[in-house]
Design a protein around this ligand. Structure first.
Ligand SMILES: Cc1cc2nc3c(=O)[nH]c(=O)nc-3n(C[C@H](O)[C@H](O)[C@H](O)COP(=O)(O)O)c2cc1C
Length: 344
């Protein structure tokens, strides 16, 4: 099914990326609501080969490929993503209060660089609205639902204590309501009001001390930045280890604009972070080093520039237990997930 790349993509890429994203979300939600929509989507895109399921931290994933955070940020696609071959999704990032996002443009496609410049600013409806939606949505046993938690992107949550309280509000609510199969603490959003405050060992310690006070029986991971030196990265791993968390998602967007292959297609004023191909090697190297230094201590979700079966294999070879992707699906189409699954 090359329908997406050869027919749809050239048309879709003429329109505003956020408009297209909303259109796909509406369509995906609609298809997921109806058994015919689910069946037809599955007919074209689902993986039906040998068993490639994987159990990680007690959770069984039908395929080891997840949709990365940022695509289904309001939790509207949990009834359809399994039909596209995903074994799970990381929903969100959700925040304690509703966020309307940064001023537009929030997304800029960089087709030659196979990247998206993301300056979304954590646009989402807020954790309470998302919990309400998920509780009203029939459970989908074929799709693991991870929920990414971030700090609300506004001035109110910038002071450190307020920021911690903001994160913990969402975590507590999700646990109390029993929503989500695992949780990821997103400390590395590049385009939020208060910056990446919790990427120092001292402040990450304070944040995790507060998380620790909330009863939680599900796996918890931390989403890592990819532009910090190994020493700093490793010092964050030491903190994560000391709190007994299950693992890490490696990692978030690339904030080094110099690494862009075709600078001419990018806006002159940069804001945000780069997804896709510019993330590939930075994240794979950090996955490899983490596995080398820490052995099996951490579960690793490998994310960043998975654009093909080959780049997926690189992530697994480097030591990832599971992979996540978003840009690969946008540039290569939903058939990419089945292609990767078949190659495993
Ligand atoms: C449009 C968009 C929005 C994103 N929003 C989030 C987010 O809210 N939280 C988060 O942890 N990561 C977010 N990310 C980062 C992705 O989850 C992922 O880490 C990054 O894009 C690298 O993966 P990729 O190369 O497969 O896109 C976003 C990425 C994109 C493209």
């Amino acid at each position: 099914m090359m329908l997406y790349k050869s027919v749809l993509k050239p048309v879709l890429f003429r329109f505003d990326p956020e408009f297209i994203h909303d259109l796909f979300t509406d369509a995906g939600e609609f298809l997921g609501r109806h058994s015919l929509g689910r069946s037809l989507t599955g007919l074209f895109y689902n993986y039906r080969g040998k068993d490639i399921s994987k159990t990680v931290d007690g959770i069984k994933y039908r395929t080891p490929i997840l949709l990365s955070a940022g695509f289904d940020y309001n939790g509207r696609l949990s009834r359809i993503l399994d039909r596209v071959g995903f074994g799970g999704e990381e929903m969100g990032s959700v925040t304690a209060r509703q966020c309307s996002g940064n001023p537009k443009p929030r997304l800029t496609r960089l087709p030659k660089s196979q990247s998206i410049l993301v300056n979304k600013g954590l646009k989402n409806e807020g954790v309470d609205a998302i919990i309400k939606r998920l509780k009203a949505t029939p459970c989908n046993r074929d799709l693991v639902t991870g929920i990414s938690i971030a700090r609300t992107n506004d001035a109110k949550s910038v002071p450190i204590q307020a920021g911690i309280a903001d994160y913990v509000y969402s975590f507590r609510k999700l646990n109390e309501e029993g929503v989500g199969d695992y949780y990821t603490i997103n400390i590395s959003c590049p385009n939020a009001f208060g910056g990446e405050a919790f990427t120092t060992p001292e402040l990450l310690t304070k944040l995790l001390e507060a998380f620790k006070k909330v009863p939680c029986s599900k796996p918890v991971y931390v989403k890592m930045p990819i532009n910090i030196p190994w020493d700093q990265f490793n010092s964050l791993l030491k903190v994560i280890d000391s709190f007994g968390l299950n693992g890490v998602v490696i990692g978030n967007l690339n904030k080094d604009y110099e690494s862009l292959e075709f600078r001419a297609e990018a806006p002159s004023v940069y804001k945000g972070g780069l997804s896709g191909k510019p993330c590939t090697h930075l994240s794979t190297d950090l996955i490899y080093k983490t596995r080398e230094v820490w052995g099996k201590r951490f579960t690793i979700f490998g994310v960043g520039g998975v654009m093909s079966p080959e780049t997926a294999k690189e992530k697994f070879d480097a030591g990832a237990d599971l992979i996540q992707l978003v840009s690969g699906m946008i540039f290569e189409g939903p058939e990419l997930i089945k292609k990767i699954a078949k190659s495993l």
